[in-house]
Design a protein around this ligand. Structure first.
Ligand SMILES: *[C@@H]1O[C@H](CO)[C@@H](O)[C@H](O)[C@H]1NC(C)=O
Ligand SMILES: *[C@@H]1O[C@H](CO)[C@@H](O)[C@H](O)[C@H]1NC(C)=O
Ligand SMILES: *[C@@H]1O[C@H](CO)[C@@H](O)[C@H](O)[C@H]1NC(C)=O
Ligand SMILES: *[C@@H]1O[C@H](CO)[C@@H](O)[C@H](O)[C@H]1NC(C)=O
Length: 300
């Protein structure tokens, strides 16, 4: 089926991208995906694999996949949103590839019927945040690719059901810190990709570094985690930064506790918040939270 002509076709180039007729045509094409039974028209089916790669799809109505479909390939389309029920009833799916689209927001219940899913590829979309329930019930998931998106956080709870996960990529996002507690459920993780993020190697990353060391100790692998901040550690791989460098964080916490009791001079406890003196410990980097009693009006 060759309904999806290339934009460069002579005589059709002008206004091709925005032509209502074309969009209508695409809608009809994608609408055919919703037909019950058989292979969706815009796709190629082979055994239990349904391949809808690179079909220029802008939208996706509820899919009726051939019974027993285990692989659904949707990469290299133009999908920017998916209906909450897009994969309802696709309980036999084991592999779902949505890479190289423009997805910027996924409904929290999108994958909830996919209890057999073992591989999920969301690489190279425009995701900036994920609903903490998004991966709920994906007990069979082994492989999760979230690389090349705009994620700035991994919410607590997101990975809670993924104790079977062995491979996870968060590479090339906008992450600057991760919470250890969010990763603790990943008891079987073997490979973690974290490169290409603007890591801030300060006290906020200390607990996660400890978790990473436990992962390495178990024989797991983590790729390079290069610090962007503080300046002193820029370009350094956090795996090579000795844990002792983070002892300062404990000291800082102690000082904060002490400061609350009014026993530590504010100038010392609040030092991390101001301009960085050249002789200060490198891990501080001016990123220390100025949580002290100094601002409360009870200081000396
Ligand atoms: C269908 O899949 C089989 C095995 O996976 C492969 O050998 C064959 O080439 C595929 N056929 C088409 C038309 O893609
Ligand atoms: C899922 O299956 C149920 C029962 O067969 C049906 O009523 C429902 O319409 C289906 N939902 C979708 C989105 O296909
Ligand atoms: C990401 O997706 C866009 C749009 O499909 C594509 O043009 C680009 O080549 C992809 N980039 C990578 C690194 O795969
Ligand atoms: C897994 O797929 C089988 C059919 O292939 C289905 O009977 C079963 O309900 C699915 N399991 C889950 C948890 O969806």
């Amino acid at each position: 089926m060759q309904l999806l002509a290339t934009p460069s076709k002579r005589g059709q180039g002008r206004g091709f991208q925005s032509s209502p007729a074309l969009l209508g045509l695409l809608y009809v094409v994608s609408g055919l995906l919703g037909r019950a039974a058989g292979c969706p028209s815009a796709c190629v089916c082979n055994g239990t694999e349904v391949d809808c790669s690179g079909r220029g799809l802008f939208s996706l109505p509820p899919l009726s996949l051939p019974a027993g479909t285990s692989t659904l390939l949707l990469p290299n389309n133009r999908l920017s949103a998916l209906p909450a029920m897009a994969f309802a009833n696709a309980t036999s799916l084991e592999r779902l590839d949505l890479s190289n689209n423009f997805l910027d927001n996924l409904p929290g219940a999108l994958f909830h019927d996919l209890g057999n899913l073992s591989q999920l590829v969301l690489r190279n979309n425009s995701l900036t945040a994920l609903d903490r329930d998004l991966f709920q019930g994906l007990l069979q998931l082994r492989w999760l690719d979230l690389s090349l998106n705009g994620l700035s956080a991994v919410p607590l709870g997101l990975l809670d059901d993924l104790s079977g996960l062995t491979w996870l990529s968060l590479a090339a996002n906008r992450l600057h810190a991760l919470e250890r507690a969010a990763f603790e459920p990943l008891a079987n993780l073997q490979h973690l990709q974290l490169g290409g993020n603007p890591w801030e190697c300060d006290c906020n990353l200390r607990d996660f570094k400890h978790w990473m060391e436990w992962l390495l100790y178990r024989g797991g692998r983590v790729d390079a985690v290069e610090c962007t901040l503080p300046k002193d550690l820029r370009g350094r791989d956090i795996r090579g930064v000795p844990v002792e460098m983070f002892n300062y964080c404990l000291q800082l916490e102690d000082e904060n506790v002490a400061a609350k009791g009014g026993q530590t001079p504010c100038s010392r406890a609040g030092a991390g918040a101001g301009a960085q003196p050249s002789g200060s410990p490198p891990v501080v980097g001016g990123r220390a939270p100025p949580r002290t009693a100094c601002g409360s009006g009870t200081g000396p």
